[in-house]
Design a protein around this ligand. Sequence first.
Ligand SMILES: NC(=O)c1ccc[n+]([C@@H]2O[C@H](COP(=O)([O-])OP(=O)(O)OC[C@H]3O[C@@H](n4cnc5c(N)ncnc54)[C@H](O)[C@@H]3O)[C@@H](O)[C@H]2O)c1
Length: 267
Amino acid sequence: MTGSLDGKSVLVTGAGRGIGREIAVEMARRGAAAVAVADRDEETAADTADHVRDAGARAEAIVCDLRVRDSIADMVTGAVEGFGGLDVLVNNAGVVETSFTADPDRGVDTLAEEVWDAVYEVNLKAVWLTTKFAAPHLRRSRRGPAIVNTASVSGLTGFPNAPAYGVTKAGVIHLTKVTAVDLAPVRCNCFCPGVIDTPLAQGFFAASGDRDAMERELIAPQLVERLGRPEEVAGLACFLASDEAAFITGSSYVIDGGALAWLGVRD
Ligand SMILES: NC(=O)c1ccc[n+]([C@@H]2O[C@H](COP(=O)([O-])OP(=O)(O)OC[C@H]3O[C@@H](n4cnc5c(N)ncnc54)[C@H](O)[C@@H]3O)[C@@H](O)[C@H]2O)c1
């Protein structure tokens, strides 16, 4: 597919690897003129930027720590100055509790306070701050400005041992609605992936102690019997960012292989 993002300037956070990398490259394939690839990891961001250029768009790698307010402000300024404006913001970066602790006990009654704060800062506060700093530029855009947020099925239903993750992702789903309301006609939507095969998911499986058992347990409720692929999620994100989704705003889209469609578990 080409053309649906023609000429747009895009900023994608957490684009060094996983879902964010696929989104950045797919934006270029679908006609984006320029993609700012933001990540805290300089090397992976530069690598993604190369892939974006190969796919036909201008690219700029921006190193940013989303836990630091001024770093977020600099990231937005860098993207805007580099490309002369901003049409699409994808708030994709996210972390889980196991990104910050090896403690297997991460329940609502046992999670360490600093882990809660770290997950909150990246998954929710940074999404708000990035949106806040990008808003004046998106409002100036004449190319169908849009924000796409990465939430999770964890924001729609409870999962054990991941309270900060689930609560922050529920927050992203609601932040998506209030952003759509306050920034209209800038559109804002989010998507809620199930289990997608990325370094984050692989790290989460490994942290359980029995990688294969954890993967089996997580995909057992799915009607599609496999891990989701980052490129499948990227297709949805690009659609929501594109002019084809011009009548869609304030909405969330589940992409989970059918796990939330029922209360069952496959044999
Ligand atoms: N993989 C899944 O199964 C899954 C499921 C549901 C939702 N999600 C969400 O999708 C998004 C992407 O996940 P992924 O699986 O691709 O993760 P990933 O860990 O593979 O990639 C995330 C990227 O974000 C970057 N990042 C993390 N903290 C950062 C910070 N403080 N500042 C700047 N960059 C930072 C990392 O360096 C990394 O490149 C996240 O929001 C995640 O919560 C993933």
